[in-house]
Design a protein around this ligand. Structure first.
Ligand code: ZN
Ligand code: ZN
Ligand code: ZN
Length: 80
């Protein structure tokens, strides 16, 4: 029986804005949610899978901007 596992995300939306998977699930490129597929918090309060935002930055022609509000991305510390 798998242990209940959950990120502590304080967000109105409970899905990643890039892949639309839940934060408790992993990004489309990973199979197992957890530390291998971490979340990243932005100063703009948006939260994404780290792998999703990395892919977004690589495909972005505007540099490292938040895909939700298009502001310059600044990584914030994860809430404790
Ligand atoms: Zn994602
Ligand atoms: Zn991943
Ligand atoms: Zn944002």
């Amino acid at each position: 029986m798998a242990a209940e596992w959950c990120w502590d995300v304080k967000n109105n939306d409970d899905v990643c804005g890039i892949c639309h998977s839940e934060y408790d699930a992993c990004c489309p490129n990973c199979k197992i949610p957890g530390d291998d597929c971490p979340l990243i918090w932005g100063k703009c309060r948006h939260v994404f899978h780290l792998h999703c935002i990395m892919t977004w930055f690589q495909s972005s022609t505007h540099g490292e901007t938040c895909p939700m509000d298009r502001t310059d991305w600044e990584t914030a510390a994860a809430p404790t």
